[in-house]
Design a protein around this ligand. Structure first.
Ligand code: GRF
Length: 194
């Protein structure tokens, strides 16, 4: 297994809008010797995001943006990322779509996790839709980010069975547990060679 010292790890920014369970999980992963990333910065568009508490707990620098004007906000974010020498970005429940111009600045360096087996169920309410359609299997996907929503190249997926008794909430929680295992694996897969 490849091991990294603190200096060799890639400076990483995590983008969130909500609870931040993936953020918390990635922080813990980043402390491990086999993690290629070191989390330097938390970016959010939501000053009420519950996940902000993890930035406080682990003393990770945070930036909150109002996002009144997308173009201006992205310009500011890019400048803050460059100032902090950020090399890779992991989106984890970030509810804004990044523009083509933004992505151009970090081509092949932005990942996202999505709670469905893409290309099925892009966008919101994935668990409700899977249950409504009587699917037997759902899951989660880590993919590269492009400017179309949930459409970039797929890196890894994990299937999760849907039970007859599932509600969107029970399914969400079961998939979330798998997300926490999948995201670190996908990060290792694509960023270990950088
Ligand atoms: C996860 O289900 C993730 O797949 C999606 O947004 C949710 C974020 O959850 N993109 P959390 O904030 O990490 O708990």
């Amino acid at each position: 297994m490849k091991k990294y010292n603190g200096f060799k790890k890639l400076k990483t920014a995590i983008f969130i809008s909500g609870k931040g369970s993936n953020f918390n999980n990635l922080i813990k992963f980043s402390f491990k010797k086999n993690s290629p990333i070191k989390i330097e910065l938390l970016i959010t568009n939501n000053y009420k995001a519950k996940g902000l508490k993890f930035a406080k707990k682990y003393r990770i620098r945070k930036k909150i943006y109002k996002y009144q004007d997308k173009f201006k906000t992205e310009k500011k974010i890019i400048s803050d990322l460059k100032k902090n020498k950020i090399k890779v970005i992991c989106l984890a429940g970030f509810m804004k779509v990044l523009s083509k111009n933004f992505i151009k600045n970090f081509r092949g360096k932005i990942l996202n996790i999505h709670p469905s087996l893409l290309p099925k169920y892009k966008g919101l309410n994935t668990h409700e839709r899977a249950i409504k359609n009587k699917d037997k299997i759902s899951g989660c996907t880590v993919h590269f980010v492009n400017s179309k929503i949930d459409s970039g190249k797929i890196i890894m997926q994990k299937k999760v069975r849907i039970f007859k008794t599932d509600t969107p909430k029970t399914l969400k929680n079961r998939i979330l547990r798998q997300e926490h295992m999948l995201y670190p694996k996908a990060i290792q897969k694509v960023f270990s060679s950088l």
